[in-house]
Design a protein around this ligand. Structure first.
Ligand code: ADP
Ligand code: ASP
Ligand code: MG
Length: 413
């Protein structure tokens, strides 16, 4: 019996007629290996960004429902073109939108989670020998509303389909040759990793490494999907993402992630009471506003300041909500500092190595980079710095933690 393989191709990989033809060739190769193939594609090139610009030119505050209606058209262009390319080469292919493919989501526009996948139709196409091409990044709610899965969400479509169809593997084809120690577009010494553990990849993805959508990694971990990130252009080995990966000798850090567009908000003069923290963050959570690093500073015995970092896009809504509840929260003023970035080191080896955070701070201090906020977990340390220092910080940490060095021996755990 032939096995099912899911292949996903991102925007750059399907960005032109030539590239779609090239992708068709990759798909056919997998079919010729004797596999049943499901292909998930993104919108061509920068189409999603262009659609966003178009919407904003019409209405700077478009409804989220219409935005999803608009953005989902991008992926539909690609599925039909790829299907045509495969048919030109004599292969039977069928293109399916997310909803035709049975991808059900929660009723949230712009950032919906997949709740389940009804695979009957998809399975019947596969059984009849067709190559199935599914539009990434989209689904449908129980009440037939079209939703999107958040930027970069086609990865999640692919992994969720692989889990639902019990595929043998899920290959994420992209414009780099794998997962690197940090973004190779910013750091020239970044090194491709042969393998990385689900938990480390999840941290990196959540902390800004755009190479994989965080929910795709979550799905892969939860359903044990074998995930490989590899190049759509070059035929070279990619990076495997799996449960257990031994740390390389002498290394405690596996990778560095970074993200700009961070703002620090400080709520000043809050009453220094037992419930202050819970009231403020429950209020924000009720409005689905995400906050990241939180710092509380007691000013005197009666008052306290609470600072937290948010994504810059969420600043105005966050401040609006806080203002709305000023009487109940009892603060005197709100301050904000924009132009910040988050730089994080990630590695499962940190659990058993005290002093990694200290080393990070020392490296940054030696480079004259001021750290404005810090947060840690068992496998990561994040710092907030000025955005102008972001790449400098990443480069310095990459050198200090020896991430660019090829020659480190691998040790088995
Ligand atoms: P696709 O359109 O194929 O989904 P993305 O642009 O979403 O591609 O993701 C690939 C990009 O991720 C790369 O071009 C690279 O700039 C960026 N990236 C960020 N961090 C990393 C990393 N650690 N390893 C590899 N690529 C990374
Ligand atoms: N086209 C969508 C985006 O640009 C989804 C994706 O590419 O994964 O975010
Ligand atoms: Mg992507």
């Amino acid at each position: 019996m032939s096995t099912i393989v899911v292949q996903k191709f991102g925007g750059t990989s399907v960005g032109s007629v030539e590239r779609i033809q090239h992708v068709a060739g990759r798909v056919i190769k997998e079919v010729e290996n004797g596999n049943k193939v499901v292909v998930v594609v993104s919108a061509m090139g920068k189409t999603t960004d262009e659609l966003l610009t178009l919407a904003n030119a019409i209405n700077p505050h478009p409804s989220k429902r219409d935005m999803d209606m608009l953005l989902t058209t991008g992926e539909q262009i690609t599925i039909s073109l790829l299907s045509m390319a495969l048919q030109m080469r004599g292969h039977e292919a069928v293109s399916l939108t997310g909803w035709q493919a049975g991808i059900r989501t929660e009723p949230i526009h712009g950032n919906a989670r997949i709740t389940n996948i009804e695979t009957d139709l998809l399975q019947s196409y596969l059984d009849s020998g067709k190559i199935v091409i599914v539009a990434g990044f989209q689904g449908i709610t129980a009440s037939n509303e079209i939703t999107t899965l958040g930027r970069g969400g086609s990865d999640t479509t692919a992994v969720a389909l692989a889990a639902a169809l019990q595929a043998e593997k899920c290959d994420i084809y992209t414009d780099v040759t794998g997962v690197f120690t940090t973004d190779p577009r910013y750091v020239k010494d970044a090194r491709k990793l042969a393998a990385i553990a689900y938990d480390e990849m999840l941290e990196l993805a959540n902390l800004g490494a755009g190479v994989l959508h965080p929910r795709a990694v979550e799905f892969a971990k939860n359903y044990g999907v074998q995930l490989v990130v590899r190049s759509s252009m070059e035929d070279v080995e990619g990076t495997i993402i799996e449960e257990e990966v031994s740390m390389e000798k002498n290394l405690v850090v596996r990778g560095i992630a970074f993200e700009d567009q961070i703002t620090r908000i400080t709520v000043c003069g809050l009453p220094n009471e037992l419930h202050t923290l819970s009231t403020i963050f429950t209020t924000l959570a009720n409005h689905k506003l995400n906050v990241d690093i939180i710092i509380q500073t007691s000013m005197d015995k009666d008052t306290t300041n609470i600072s937290f970092s948010v994504k810059t896009v969420d600043v105005s809504e966050t401040i609006e909500v806080l203002d709305q509840y000023q009487d109940r929260l009892g603060f005197t003023s709100i301050e904000q500092e924009s132009g910040l970035a988050k730089v994080s080191i990630v590695g499962s080896g940190m659990v058993s190595n005290p002093g990694v955070a200290a080393e990070m701070f020392q490296v940054l201090a030696t480079e004259g980079i001021r750290v404005k906020m810090v947060s840690t977990s068992e496998i990561k340390v994040s710092t907030v710095v000025d955005v102008n220092e972001m790449v400098h910080a990443v480069e310095a940490l990459h050198v200090a933690f020896k991430l660019g060095e090829e020659s480190v021996e691998r040790v088995m755990s």
